[in-house]
Design a protein around this ligand. Structure first.
Ligand code: PGA
Length: 256
């Protein structure tokens, strides 16, 4: 089966609301109809989501879709600083990253937290982009596949087969994020194939074939084509290279 590629820009803690508006306008300007087969998603910080929504509302032809970088699993209540899935839905988010290694590292996010977040998102019709990835020590000890499949198994724990339909997986080796280092495309594909097997075992053959799996970690203009050529890599989760229209659109082009 042919899966629709997806390229998502993880802006992390970059861009004010007005900077986000400008970048989204530049992305729309550099968009080409040749990319129509690719889902293009931008994930600005919470404070820029509303501006992103309004900017895209003005451009009814815009193919860009909006994602968030995190969510809290409760629907509402006394959770100072938290944002619910319904709030994200309200600002037109159709995707949300969960379980990014930076959330796990700096905000002590656990596998159980990731599972609850994924379930809250699917409950609101938002597709979770569930991240996994090993440290360099785990890779060097040969434990990568066991480690990342355990992360994904745990993240899917609360999702039925129908809940899991919109789920996107992202393989992001911790040692490749923001470092300029990457696994070879073949090494990344091998891990993505294992994640696909994990999905297949849990939800059946068709679900395994259909699930979109992204690679992330120092993806850039120079290496995008090689990752895009791999059979189990259906797109990219792009950090640094998503902060400029030219480099982000080059990666959209690589997957188109
Ligand atoms: P990077 O980040 O492309 O800057 O390595 C990717 C990510 O953390 O999603």
């Amino acid at each position: 089966m042919t899966r629709r590629p997806l390229v998502a820009g993880n802006w992390k803690m970059h861009k004010t609301a007005s900077e986000a508006t400008r970048l989204i306008q530049q992305l729309a300007y550099s968009y080409d109809d040749a990319y129509a087969g690719v889902d293009v998603v931008v994930c600005p910080p919470f404070t820029a989501l509303r501006s992103a929504q309004v900017t895209l509302d003005f451009d009814t032809n815009s193919p860009l879709r909006i994602g968030a970088q995190d969510v809290f699993w409760e629907p509402s209540g006394a959770y100072t600083g938290a944002i619910s899935a319904a709030m994200l839905r309200d600002v037109a988010c159709s995707f949300c990253i969960v379980g990014h290694s930076e959330r796990r590292k700096y905000f002590s996010e656990t596998d159980e937290d990731v599972a609850r977040k994924a379930a809250a998102l699917t409950g609101e019709g938002i597709a979770p982009i569930i991240c996994c990835g090993e440290t360099i020590e785990t890779r060097e000890s040969g434990g990568t596949v066991a480690f990342v499949t355990a992360q994904i198994e745990a993240a899917l724990a609360l999702l039925s087969a129908s809940d899991a339909e919109p789920v996107v997986l992202a393989y992001e080796p911790v040692w490749a994020i923001g470092t300029g280092r990457t696994p070879t495309p073949e090494q990344a594909d091998e891990v993505c194939a294992a994640l696909r097997d994990c999905f297949r075992e849990r939800y059946g053959a068709a679900a395994g074939e259909a699930v979109r799996i992204l690679y992330g970690g120092s993806m850039n203009i120079g290496n995008g084509d090689a990752f895009a050529a791999m059979p189990n890599i259906d797109g990219g989760l792009v950090g640094g290279a998503s902060l400029e229209a030219e480099s982000f659109m080059a990666l959209v082009k690589a997957f188109s």
